[in-house]
Design a protein around this ligand. Structure first.
Ligand code: HAM
Length: 422
């Protein structure tokens, strides 16, 4: 019997984990510069969290959730995103009672039953940040700046930032009505999904990927014209703050995002040239969500980046190399008898904070040198008859092929010197 990984999931093999670790390191560093602290929430939650948190009218809830009953007949769902879980945790632990704003970040697997394709998986990984307790438009700007700083730090400067305001529940109410009135006469030309959702959530028609839906609703009213004075003011301040900080964006009337909780600022970041799934991240404000899930009236804002899509972008644009060395130093043992002293030296090197390894498969001397080259070792320590008889070690620089003799006492210092000049 041969069992394969489920469709839409992927093994991340060591040849790729180095890239993941690199991306995670760069992202965490940037996030921590901005004062966010890591939170870890469960991978599954009670289903009703997402029904109320993400919204019944969304694709995620209506057709993409991995929902199951546990042995006690409780309905549980593998998290499709991280925001609802953070909000639940904020409420459950009354975190809002402390110092505000609360600035959290998380990384981990999310699950959505969608049609797999390049950049779209059923198990994928996000890095997200959420800030609770402030409605300042400058926090919106800070969050967006953080997202673009992350992309820049990864070498992905060629992004397109789409920005919109989806208003507050008050202005959205009147906008919804105007939009429904615009769509109603052409409803028969919409795709089957939009024909169902336009009454419940007409904004989703703007977001639909089917071209004929866009053609059918041409000339639709834009939300910007329906924003109330407060929402207009908020949006104007976010835009000015971004401009003052040199962040280029595209005002995008069609950007409504696929989750129901958004209010005011909504944004998405795309990397052109990586295929149909070009959104590497998205987010926005969700001022009503904490209250909706049973907490106090606490505003929130955040975003999430998709790890697989960042990796796809780095690979497609040739920004990240495919191989990075696994070790710096390899010990080549030329004779079985010297295995024990070799292991001792290996441990000394590792204790000195240097990544090192040796052979355990009985390879010939020549094959060990080849292997050292393949794993990217910068230095090889040769231990053979001459070395053992005369009490020194041969240190070979794999880049310039120079060899020098060192004593046991000089070894660590010499390795560090050579690596520092690399
Ligand atoms: P989202 O736009 O649904 O937002 O997802 C954020 C990012 O996750 C996307 O831009 C994409 O890079 C990645 N992503 C989503 N679905 C998939 C998939 N099936 N396969 C691979 N990558 C995927 C959220 O999840 C919100 N919780 C973001 C947020 C945080 N809003 C406020 N705070």
């Amino acid at each position: 019997m041969q069992v394969k990984a489920p469709r839409g999931t992927a093994d991340i093999l060591p040849v790729n984990t180095r890239k993941w670790q690199h991306i995670e390191r760069v992202i965490k560093e940037q996030i921590e510069f901005f004062g966010y602290q890591e939170v870890r929430t469960p991978i599954f939650e009670h289903t009703e969290l997402f029904l109320h948190g993400v919204g019944q009218g969304t694709d995620i809830v209506s057709k993409e959730m991995y929902t199951f009953n546990d042995r006690s007949e409780r309905s549980l769902t593998l998290r499709p995103e991280g925001t609802a879980s953070c909000v639940r945790a904020i409420i459950e632990h009354s975190v809002y009672g402390g110092v505000l704003p609360v600035k959290w970040y998380y990384t981990g697997a999310m699950f959505r039953y969608d049609r797999p394709q390049a950049g779209r998986y059923r198990q994928f990984h996000q890095v997200g940040v959420e800030a609770f307790g402030s409605n300042s438009p400058y926090l919106d700007a800070e969050i967006i700046i953080l997202m673009v700083e992350i992309l820049s730090a990864l070498g992905l400067q060629a992004y397109e930032l789409h920005l919109n305001s989806v208003g507050c529940p008050l202005c959205r109410q009147s906008y919804r009505q105007r939009l429904i009135e615009h769509i109603d006469p052409v409803k028969d030309k919409l795709c089957p999904d939009c024909q169902i959702r336009y009454l419940q959530n007409p904004l989703r028609v703007l977001d639909c990927k089917v071209v004929s839906c866009h053609e059918a609703i041409a000339g639709y009213p834009v939300i910007y014209d329906s924003l109330c004075p407060d929402c207009q003011e908020h949006y104007a301040r976010v835009r000015t703050a971004l401009e003052d900080n040199g962040v280029k964006y595209l005002h995008d009337d069609q950007l409504v995002r696929g989750l129901d909780y958004y209010t005011n600022t909504a944004f998405e970041i795309h990397i052109p040239g990586i295929g149909a799934q070009s959104a590497v991240g998205g987010g926005g404000r969700y001022n009503g969500l904490v209250q909706e899930l049973g907490g106090p009236n606490l505003p929130g804002i955040g975003f999430a980046l998709g790890m697989e899509r960042l990796l796809l972008a780095l690979d497609t644009l040739g920004i990240i190399g495919s191989t990075q060395s696994a070790i710096d130093v390899f010990i080549a043992v030329m004779n079985d008898q010297y295995e024990s002293p070799a292991l001792k030296i290996l441990n000394q090197i590792r204790r000195a904070g240097i990544r090192a390894d040796k052979d355990y498969t009985g390879r010939s001397g020549k094959a060990q040198m080849k292997y050292a080259d393949r794993v990217g070792a910068k230095l090889v320590i040769l231990i053979g008859d001459e070395e053992m008889a005369q009490g020194f070690l041969t240190l070979r620089n794999m880049q310039n092929k120079e060899q020098l003799r060192v004593t046991d006492e000089q070894l660590i210092k010499t390795i560090k010197q050579i690596m520092a000049t690399d």
